[in-house]
Design a protein around this ligand. Structure first.
Ligand code: M6R
Length: 611
């Protein structure tokens, strides 16, 4: 969480930083700040979004060739002007921005208070900054050395950018547990939480690793470890176009990303799936086929929407591969004492590849000898790099805080992996295998069909937008889809929604049902369909308002429903990639109609890099 940007070079720094912060706002948006060096340190910061700060700075002298900027997701200290980053040190000479949490900040703060330091904010960042300054003063060392000494005392996660009034060309950066990318231009360098702030200036980037320090000047980049040894930067070429991170005519990134899904799932299958020849090509699976087929157990770890994709995958792996599967919230797994054996395979699913809980859970499983297979969207991200093997989802940048296209791409990847393992293990017969390959192949065209119903779903949003609560129900493969539908609604419309297995409803949630409660059934035709129809009857009998995602032509389910959202027929294994789309659209339109900023829902951030 929190987005950071830095620039040093011949251009004007401020416009690069502000534009970069706008692109990183998905990471947090409760306050914004910029520090510029130009004959002294100039700090501008404010509670609120990037545009609000920019507006207040119109007419200010913002000329500078070096600067750092921050968009915040509050951890320590409420969102306010004084808690906004950058923070300045006691001497007023240093400015710092920080993404992460300094866990032992309270102890460091006490030490500094005893030495007479006072604090202007409630943040852990200001504590770390003064701690660094104090070390520099007491040890008579340079800033880089002081930072290195300080970081050895710090526990927690951080990316920090630091500038010094007395060194007006240099940004010093350090990373542990939060992402940092450095873009290399001609006589200039860019820094960011991801590559989006630098895309129009350079395609050459270096991903900084944990426990590395970067000393960044316009024409020089030095990477070092905490032991002060130089590291050769590994320069990579970015494979993202600018258009991929812009709205492209849509009102919101979320709507753009929902509408991209026919293409993103196609991109995910492209070059991998050949339904005619009956082949799936995935190097990450092929190179590790023995480990994957001989797995005693598969443990899937993820958070949020990625966890829902993991639940669908549980059903798929068990059905096709006959391997026992457990699906774990990374945030629970990491703090338990889980039983993991060397023969276990961990599937770590993450859009961002930076989710702190998932990263730590992976490390924990790794230490116990498990093999880690990452299913990740962001190329070069921490989870991608820490996994033993994996497969990218190739959904392109997902900027809307509510995850949409990442989910369908994750399902496409996980289904292909399961099919490959099942084929190798011999747990699937040839006819079913070929059938499922064809079904997967047909999904992008069917997604395009579902997306055509967008306007009809908008009408449903109008009809149901004032409901106080929603219930989402599904069975089998559609149960995780129900959970995902409820999560989407909660996140962007702030309506209370719960997802349940449809059959579980009678063990409690049915007590909620009355004539005002919309109950969304994910009721596409599958082997549980008759049972789901019975559950619909039960809700209808209690006057609940049944809304159903149904298979086209399913008149019976339609007759039991107050409203329907039809999707094309598909095998139950691939159907979640279709049935989730009306639910994404419903949540989107309700959020918009309620007047909320659906791309930046309150209290949330795209990449959860704190625990
Ligand atoms: O980047 P990840 O897939 O690891 O993120 C996991 C969750 O934080 C994420 O899915 C979150 O729940 C989304 N806001 C859901 O829309």
């Amino acid at each position: 969480m929190c987005g950071i940007v830095g620039y040093t070079g011949p251009r004007e720094a401020y416009p690069i930083i502000i534009k970069g912060l706008q692109r990183l706002e998905y990471r947090g948006y409760d306050s914004t700040g910029v520090a510029l060096l130009n004959h002294g340190l100039h700090v501008f910061k404010k509670k609120g979004k990037v545009a609000e700060l920019a507006e207040t700075l119109v007419g200010e002298n913002l000329h500078a060739h070096i600067g750092i900027g921050h968009t915040r997701w509050a951890t320590h200290g409420e969102p306010s002007d004084r808690n906004a980053h950058p923070h300045t040190s006691a001497s007023g000479k240093l400015a710092m921005i920080h993404n992460g949490i300094i866990e032992n900040y309270a102890q460091l703060k006490q030490e500094l208070i005893k030495k007479g330091y006072t604090f202007k904010s409630d943040t852990d960042t200001e504590v770390l900054l003064n701690f660094i300054e104090d070390i520099r003063k007491n040890n008579q060392c340079n800033l880089e050395e002081a930072l290195r000494i300080a970081l050895k005392r710090v526990t927690g996660a951080y990316v920090i950018l630091l500038i010094d009034e007395d060194d007006p060309e240099t940004i010093i950066a350090a990373r542990k547990g939060s992402p940092l990318v450095i873009g290399i231009g001609k006589g200039e360098h860019f820094l960011g939480s991801d590559a989006s702030p630098m895309l129009e200036y350079t395609k050459e980037v270096v991903y900084v690793n944990d426990y590395e320090l970067a000393i960044v000047k316009p024409d020089q980049l030095i990477l070092k470890n905490l032991g002060n040894e130089k590291i050769t930067p590994f320069v990579q070429k970015l494979d993202i176009e600018l258009a991929a991170i812009e709205k492209g005519g849509y009102d919101h990134f979320m709507l753009k990303e929902i509408n991209e899904q026919a293409d993103t799932v196609f991109d995910c299958l492209r070059g991998r799936l050949d339904a005619e020849k009956g082949t799936i090509t995935m190097a990450g699976v092929e190179n590790n086929i023995e480990k994957l087929t001989k797995a005693n157990r598969i443990i899937i770890i993820a958070c949020g929407t990625s966890w829902h994709a993991g639940l669908v995958a549980e059903y798929i792996f068990e059905e096709l591969c006959r391997t026992p599967v457990e699906v774990e919230y990374a945030s629970e797994f990491r703090y338990r004492n889980p039983v993991v054996h060397p023969g276990d395979v961990i599937f770590a699913i993450s859009q961002s590849g930076e989710t702190a809980d998932t990263l730590v859970a992976i490390e924990k499983a790794k230490q116990q000898g498990a093999f880690i297979f990452g299913v990740v969207n962001v190329v070069g991200s921490s989870i991608a790099r820490t996994s033993h093997a994996g497969a990218y989802t190739h959904a392109g940048p997902e900027i809307g805080v509510a995850s949409t296209k990442a989910f369908t791409a994750q399902l496409a990847v996980l289904t292909m992996v399961a099919l490959k393992i099942a084929k190798q293990k011999g747990t699937i017969d040839e006819e079913r295998y070929m059938h499922l390959l064809q079904e997967l192949h047909d999904i992008p065209a069917k997604i395009a069909e579902v997306l055509k119903s967008s306007e009809k779903i908008k009408l449903l949003a109008e009809k149901y937008k004032d409901a106080r609560d929603f219930l989402y129900l599904g069975r089998g493969y559609n149960f995780p889809v129900a959970l995902e539908g409820a999560l989407k609604l909660k996140e962007i419309s702030y309506i209370h929604a719960e997802g349940y297995p449809a059959a579980e409803m009678k063990h409690g949630p049915i007590a909620l049902v009355d004539e005002s409660l919309p109950v969304v059934f994910v009721a596409t035709k599958d082997k549980y369909h008759e049972k789901v129809v019975s559950n619909m009857q039960e809700i209808k009998a209690r006057k609940g308002r049944v809304i159903s995602v149904v298979t086209e032509g399913d008149d019976h389910s339609a007759s039991l429903s107050e409203s329907i959202m039809p999707v094309p027929a598909a095998d139950e294994i691939v159907a979640p990639m279709l049935s989730v789309i009306p639910l994404q659209l419903l949540a989107y339109y309700i959020g918009v109609m309620k007047g909320y900023d659906v791309d930046k829902p309150r209290n949330l951030a795209k990449s959860v890099t704190v625990e």
